[in-house]
Ligand binder design. Structure first.
Ligand code: TYD
Length: 215
């Protein structure tokens, strides 16, 4: 059975982080124990890799760049995600495997076969039960841009195309959420989707509490 892992995807500035926080509050009110992780990052070493990827230097080689994301992911999965899932908690991932396909694969022209192979191997015990693809225009209200966000429109068009292809090829796992709506409406759509996935696995808050010992 898949663990209670939900990932949130979409282009930069589409509002993922806000929605992740809302879903966390909602699930906690329902009695689940929830851990939020963000990629890249989530462990001290992963945060150091994040710093390199976002602020230090950029690589022209998308496959090389992917391998650095993958290194951070490997540690995050082993050290944080799997232990949390094993103890019955819910994990909300602010980006996960699909970001690599969309950004390094589609956006950057990296080796999609290798990206899938590595992602599959790394996340064998931590596959998302469901993925919310927040599809909408970037709010673009950030005061600073990092290395990865400073790429051009064509890049982000390809990233979006990649998300579209992923969604069409895995409709059971990936739900497209129209994010060009107000925050509350977006949240309600996400809530319906997450609720359906949890019910499909017959996972109630009670069983989650029973399963978990972390505080
Ligand atoms: P972040 O500041 O977390 O922005 P966002 O709110 O958009 O998630 O930046 C993460 C950046 O890393 C973002 O530009 C997407 C990129 N990224 C990849 O290119 N590949 C990946 O596998 C992951 C996880 C992220």
């Amino acid at each position: 059975m898949r663990g209670r892992l939900f990932s949130f995807e979409g282009i930069d500035g589409v509002g993922k982080t806000t929605q992740v926080a809302r879903v966390k509050d909602w699930l906690e009110q329902e009695g689940y124990r929830v851990q939020v992780v963000r990629e890249p990052g989530g462990t001290p070493w992963g945060e150091a890799i994040r710093d390199v990827l976002l602020h230090r230097a950029s690589s022209r080689d998308a496959t090389a760049e992917f391998l650095l994301f993958a290194a951070a992911r490997a540690e995050l999965v082993r050290a944080v995600i799997c232990p949390w899932l094993d103890q019955g908690g819910v994990v909300l991932a602010d980006r996960y495997i699909d970001s690599s396909e969309a950004y390094q694969g589609w956006g950057g022209g990296g080796d999609l076969r290798l990206i899938r192979l590595v992602n599959d191997a790394l996340t064998e015990k931590a596959r998302p039960m469901g993925t919310l693809w927040l599809d909408g225009v970037s709010r673009g209200d950030r005061s600073t841009q990092d290395n990865l966000e400073s790429r051009g429109k064509e890049f982000f068009d390809r990233v979006l195309e990649g998300y579209g292809v992923l969604w069409q090829s895995q409709p059971q796992r990936i739900r497209r959420i129209d994010s060009n709506r107000d925050q509350e409406e977006v949240f309600q759509s996400i809530r319906v989707a997450v609720d359906e996935w949890l019910r499909a696995q017959d996972i109630s808050p009670t069983s989650a509490r029973k399963g978990g010992r972390m505080s």
